[in-house]
Design a protein around this ligand. Structure first.
Ligand SMILES: [Zn+2]
Length: 235
């Protein structure tokens, strides 16, 4: 083994000792640069098929359906302080984005915001963490373009007809000039009814961007029955 590789290997072991990395899909320990354990590499990542959905004048892609181990990974990422899952989940999302969108044409990556008070309580916005990982991967700037200004009820606790009303007026544009003529990639963790993304896309389009693309880690649209049994904990 080359000397440089040995030094790199030792460094990786030291870092993983203090900050162990876990497979998002089964919580087993993984090597620092891996994005899953070997088993989930085959059974989860190997089974990922891009899901495409329409969102107003835009569209959304997701590498996963919101079910099983993916659902567990996202719930832990979002609600159980596993912010470190941003890196492996964003890595899978990046692959789908590369396959589905002209990445070279994207000027700006942004994300679905949380209300500042909610973010203080959770300590991070999971969609922002994903967006920042993607920005690093693609070397594209990441910016907060929207603000959530209204306290809303949990979407999953409402009837479909009430969800739209709940989010009405919830989001405002932070700065119109940033977006004019730009191709923007909007990131969220999960797409369920699509109402949250629709509200955000509508706001972004009011600033006259050239194009808005959306991408999420998982889509729950095809799993309405499952959602009733195990409600999606959507913001
Ligand atoms: Zn695993």
């Amino acid at each position: 083994m080359m000397k440089n590789n040995s030094v790199k290997e030792i460094y990786r072991h030291i870092v993983s000792f203090f900050f162990p990395e876990y497979c998002p899909y089964c919580s087993s320990l993984i090597e620092p640069d891996d994005i899953s354990c070997p088993h989930c590499g085959k059974s989860v990542l190997g089974q990922a098929v891009a899901i495409r959905r329409g969102v107003l004048g835009s569209r959304c892609v997701a590498p996963f359906a919101y079910e099983g181990k993916v659902r567990k990974a996202i719930v832990n990422f979002k609600f159980h302080e596993m912010s470190q899952y941003a890196r492996p989940l964003a890595a899978v999302l990046a692959k789908t984005i590369e396959e589905e969108y002209p990445v070279d044409e994207i000027d700006l990556i942004t994300y679905v915001p949380m209300r500042k008070w909610d973010q203080l309580n959770r300590e991070y916005n999971q969609s922002e963490l994903l967006a920042k990982e993607l920005a690093d991967t693609f070397s594209i700037p990441c910016a907060e373009t929207l603000l959530k200004v209204k306290r809303t009820k949990k979407q999953h606790k409402l009837k479909f007809s009430e969800r739209k009303k709940n989010l009405s007026g919830a989001f405002v544009l932070k700065d119109k000039e940033w977006l004019k003529g730009k191709t923007v990639l909007l990131i969220d963790d999960v797409m369920t009814s699509g109402i949250t993304l629709s509200h955000c896309v509508k706001k972004l389009y009011s600033a006259k961007p050239y194009q808005v693309y959306c991408a999420v880690v998982a889509s729950a649209a095809e799993h309405e029955k499952e959602e009733r049994k195990h409600p999606v904990q959507e913001e």
